[in-house]
Design a protein around this ligand. Structure first.
Ligand SMILES: C[S@@+](CC[C@H](N)C(=O)[O-])C[C@H]1O[C@@H](n2cnc3c(N)ncnc32)[C@H](O)[C@@H]1O
Length: 292
């Protein structure tokens, strides 16, 4: 599938764009981040970018939120939350001495461009077709930085170590922050172990920022809506672990959690500051960890 666009990655951008039309939400993000996703949405094919016009109408925005909340409560605010907390966690890792950023399954995420624009060597890894879409999108918006490396991977035949070293820019001896936002959920247990083995072997000094969904915390109907929503766009949630099992998998690779942000903490913190009356998806966690 030469030109396959990840619809999960695309809908993240669409939802973020639509929600940040609300100034109460937008005021918590950098102008760079807001305008990045607006430009992603303009880049997307018409069947997705029509949302840009529709969302300008308050009626359609409210209808969209009502409909989404009916099917999977908290899905919308989990997108806002992950973009907010992950960007802050990457900044924290840089402040703590990380000198390069690797984004696993980067999709249309903005962090590579944001931090490359601040001269941090950044490496985005995704399938060849998604990397091609990202390259075209960045060209269309005139984004250019010698610090941003777009790295296509053929997961069946290549590993992360090879694609990073092939760039000639990646230095395994530098302290590195790896970002896995909405990534491991799409990998099998064996592939997740292979990625963990690969990155911990490659970089002795690393931090890992990862999102995690514990589907067991959702009721039957919401779990069905989550998994079938992903399946309907041709992708599959494959990681069969609950939160406790995921933490012990990280532990196998000497990865220790230094900060965990749960959906309930996000509701008490960010969402109440925004003064927004919407929940955050149950079972959603953001994990900040390091190799000891
Ligand atoms: C749900 S999207 C998340 C995108 C982005 N991280 C974000 O949160 O905005 C998952 C992304 O992972 C990519 N992906 C899935 N399996 C992958 C693999 N084995 N190697 C690299 N990328 C992969 C998909 O192409 C897609 O862009």
């Amino acid at each position: 599938m030469a030109n396959k666009l990840s619809l999960t990655a695309s809908y993240i951008a669409v939802k973020f764009y639509g929600l940040t039309l609300n100034p109460k939400i937008a005021s918590h993000f950098k102008p760079f981040t807001i305008s990045f996703y607006e430009k992603v949405v303009s880049y997307l094919p018409a069947k997705l970018s029509w949302n840009q016009t529709a969302f300008r109408s308050r009626f359609w925005r409210n209808f969209f939120v009502w409909w989404e909340e009916l099917l999977l409560p908290g899905d919308l605010m989990h997108i806002i939350s992950r973009k907010y907390y992950v960007e802050n966690a990457v900044q924290k890792a840089i402040n703590a001495g990380c000198e390069q950023l690797v984004i696993l399954g980067s999709g249309f995420d903005h962090n590579g461009a944001l931090f490359a624009a601040e001269n941090l060597p950044s490496f985005e890894i995704d399938t060849p077709s998604m990397i091609e879409h990202k390259r075209k999108m960045l060209t269309k918006i005139d984004f250019n930085s010698e610090y941003l490396n777009l790295c296509p991977i053929d997961p069946a035949n290549q590993n992360i170590k090879e694609v990073l070293l092939e760039t000639g820019e990646f230095d395994p001896n530098k302290k590195t922050v790896f970002l896995a936002e909405g990534f491991f959920d799409y990998l099998s247990l064996d592939s997740t172990r292979a990625v963990m083995k690969n990155i911990t072997f490659l970089c002795p000094d690393l931090k890992l920022i990862s999102t995690f969904f514990d589907l067991g915390e959702l009721n039957f109907f919401h779990r069905f809506m989550f998994t079938s929503g992903v399946a309907m766009v041709g992708e599959t949630l494959k990681l069969p672990l609950n939160r406790k099992e995921f933490l012990s998998l990280l532990n196998e690779f000497d990865i220790k959690i230094e900060n965990e942000t749960s959906y309930s903490k996000i509701e008490q913190d960010l969402i109440s500051k925004m003064d927004i009356d919407l929940p955050v998806l149950k079972g959603f966690y953001i994990l900040e960890s390091y190799k000891c």
